[in-house]
Design a protein around this ligand. Structure first.
Ligand SMILES: *Cc1c(COP(=O)(O)O)cnc(C)c1O
Length: 353
């Protein structure tokens, strides 16, 4: 398994040796009683990292976002959300099915922004025909837009609109630290503009399981009840939280290496005939690239051949598009192996693929 080179996502990351060691020795207790010292330490660390008062350990990014949405809203409320955002597209409609919250999707531009005037005009007045505007959902980095990192100024403007209309703002920061490392800023510079933020431990930070939801002490108090109602009260969760502590202490700054490898990969791809890639769009750890029109194979066929021949895995998105994601377990040599494998598959005659 370990000789697999997997560029499909940063979710495929195994825990690091330091994490396995920390999991082995972590002091534990019943976290539903509030008695797991390792979970408590992780939550305090997450709050400190984001500049919020409190934090809550949850099983996944999806659970963190859903817990946040349910904690900010009641049934019949409406959430303004980007139409390319994870909370709208990839969370099984949880806000609607479980929360009775109406999503109000707005177009997202090439950088991953909703237009401020579009948000402003989406806010509804008090009319019994309409759902109640209550929440704005934002995302950073923006997975549906090449992993782009949006700057604090964007969120400051969202904050102004939210304050004007009495709305809450939740940031889906599944890859928040990829964004902040790329921008060279502290997470709090973005998070100060939102009421709540969730981020994943189990993507580029390499922990096996878990996300953190952060906000005011009062908000997290409510969120703890919501998490319980969703079945997310975990007991000796310190075995998982221990890996999360290592993630926050050791794995954030090194995300810059993943970003450098994404640059290496993109620049290498740009040299391969038949491959089209916009190097300028690579800002964090994601590289999207596509096949030129004259390449006679599908992305899927190429991905299958690379996997079967070289044990190199890449995401084929549609018939011409690929996504490659860099992370801790794919180093410079893996990037070189990837480029070589792709190049050799591309020069095959069609019957060989
Ligand atoms: C991965 C991801 C999530 C949450 O994913 P889980 O698989 O539920 O942990 C949420 N938002 C974004 C942008 C993501 O990339």
């Amino acid at each position: 398994m370990m000789d697999r080179i997997d560029f499909r996502s940063d979710t495929v990351t195994w825990p690091t040796p330091a994490m396995r060691q920390a999991m082995h020795t972590a002091p534990l207790g019943d976290d539903v009683y509030g008695e797991d010292p390792t979970v408590n330490r992780l939550e305090a660390l997450a709050a400190a990292k984001t500049g919020k008062e409190a934090a809550l350990f949850v099983a996944s990014g999806t659970m963190g976002n859903l817990t946040a949405i349910l904690s900010h809203t009641t049934r019949g409320d409406e959430a303004i959300v980007g139409d390319a955002y994870h909370t709208y597209c990839w969370e099984a409609g949880g806000m609607a099915t479980l929360g009775g919250v109406v999503p109000h999707p707005l177009p997202v531009d090439a950088e991953g922004r909703m237009a401020h005037d579009a948000i402003e005009s989406a806010v509804r007045g008090d009319d019994p025909h309409w759902p109640r505007s209550r929440l704005i959902l934002v995302e950073n980095s923006v997975g549906g837009r090449y992993g782009n990192a949006l700057p604090p100024s964007y969120f400051a403007n969202i904050r102004r609109i939210a304050d004007k209309h009495g709305l809450a703002v939740h940031l889906d920061g599944a890859r928040l630290f990829n964004a902040t490392v790329a921008l060279g800023i502290d997470a709090s510079e973005i998070v100060q503009h939102v009421d709540s933020v969730s981020f994943c431990l189990s993507k580029g930070l390499c922990a096996p399981v878990g996300s953190l939801l952060c906000g005011s002490a009062e908000f997290i108090h409510r969120a703890r009840r919501v998490r319980k109602s969703l079945g997310g009260g975990m007991r000796q969760a310190g075995v998982l939280a221990a890996a999360g502590i290592v993630a926050l202490e050791q794995m954030i700054d090194r995300l810059a290496e993943d970003h450098a490898n994404a640059q290496r990969l993109a620049h290498g791809l740009a040299q391969i005939p038949g491959i089209e890639v916009d190097v300028d769009r690579v800002v964090t750890n994601m590289v999207f690239f596509q096949l030129a029109d004259d390449v006679p194979f599908s992305a899927e066929a190429i991905a299958t051949t690379m996997r079967e021949r070289d044990n190199i895995w890449v995401g084929a998105e549609g018939s011409r598009l690929f996504r490659a994601v860099t992370h801790y377990w794919v180093d410079e040599d893996a990037v070189a192996a990837f480029l070589q494998s792709l190049q050799s598959v591309l020069i095959q005659t069609p019957s060989e693929v």
